[in-house]
Design a protein around this ligand. Structure first.
Ligand code: 13P
Ligand code: SF4
Length: 319
């Protein structure tokens, strides 16, 4: 605990000294989330992280999350210095959608509007017409569908098929998945629900269809936290990375949160639902990057110029 508070003090001091601002995702270490909030940074979902980073006047942003979040910040603000505690923090969706294969897929379907999830590389975003996050993907695809557009969607197949079902849009899906959300089990969730008949079920749409089917609320991390706060229930079953529970407990004190089962029985698998790449962000490496000002995120400027169009479309739509 002593090392922890020393590191936290050091981070507070260095953030000021470097005139840097900390932007954190809800899945990272609770201490990092608290520091971001306390020091005037932000803790939020991918959409808000992007918007906050773009609008904040600081010249240096430290992004505690995964690689695509740092890249998105850099694409939106090429003049800013973007640092990350660990540059190897990636995402199975990003890894599962290599830019060259994706470009071939797009070339084979030139009649389709290309919509990609935020969890992709800068090069994949550069090939897209639109980038979306989980909080707004449904609305954007509904909008494109209403214009009669056919969609090519990548990379998350679960989010893609959820949006497809909801909107009825013609969507061709890349077959990627999130290694965390893919592990949630529908049958076990159904059994757990029977044990807690009054509980509401909160599900991130990267989860498999049979898990989404049992949800009371499907949404981005921010939307799930809002639901926990505002819904008239005292118990919630949560199917997303368990890093989110910290904020849910703060946002809804006195309410009870249960992790959705990942493998057979949630009691035997306490920490399955935690992203190994989000977990690479800690107090120690955050303090180190602030001290050394290393681990800077770079995006090839030409790719950045292409990619920013797909991100700006989403931000304009959201505005
Ligand atoms: P949100 O945009 O909902 O925060 O999701 C990001 C993510 O990586 C989910 O796994
Ligand atoms: Fe990617 Fe899943 Fe980790 Fe989110 S939780 S960063 S989608 S691997």
């Amino acid at each position: 605990a002593d090392e922890r508070s020393m590191l936290k003090d050091k981070i507070r001091r260095l953030l000021k000294q470097r005139e840097a601002v900390l932007v954190a995702h809800y899945y990272v270490d609770a201490d990092l989330q608290d520091l971001a909030e306390e020091t005037g940074g932000c803790v939020s979902d991918s959409l808000e992280m992007a918007r906050f980073g773009r609008d904040h006047p600081a010249k240096t942003l430290v992004v505690a999350g995964v690689r695509f979040m740092g890249e998105t910040a850099k694409i939106l603000s090429p003049e800013k210095r973007i640092l990350m505690p660990d540059l190897d923090a990636t995402c199975s969706l990003d890894l599962g959608c290599p830019a060259d294969e994706f470009a071939q897929f797009c070339d084979q379907h030139p009649d389709r509007t290309v919509v990609v999830y935020a969890n992709t590389s800068a090069a994949v975003k550069a090939r897209a017409d639109w980038m979306v996050t989980s909080s707004i993907g449904l609305d954007i695809v509904a909008h494109l569908h209403a214009q009669g557009k056919k969609i090519l969607w990548a990379p998350d197949r679960h989010l893609g098929s959820y949006i497809q079902k909801k909107t009825g849009a013609d969507m061709l899906l890349w077959q990627g998945s999130c290694l965390v959300h893919d592990e949630f089990k529908g049958i076990e969730l159904d059994l757990l629900k029977a044990d807690y008949p009054a509980a509401k079920v909160l599900v991130h749409p990267e989860s498999p269809a049979n898990v989404v089917a049992l949800a009371d609320v499907v949404g981005s991390t921010t939307q799930l936290i809002d639901a926990a706060r505002s819904m008239d229930a005292t118990t919630f079953i949560v199917a997303t990375d368990n890093g989110i529970l910290h904020k849910m407990r703060l946002a809804a004190p006195g309410k009870h949160f249960i992790e959705a089962p990942t493998a057979g029985n949630s009691a035997t698998c306490k920490s399955c639902a935690h992203c190994p790449w989000m977990a690479m962000n800690g107090l120690r490496n955050l303090a180190d990057v602030l001290e050394n000002m290393n681990n800077e995120v770079f995006v090839e400027p030409n790719i950045g110029k292409q990619a920013v169009r797909s991100i700006d479309r989403m931000l304009d739509f959201a505005a």
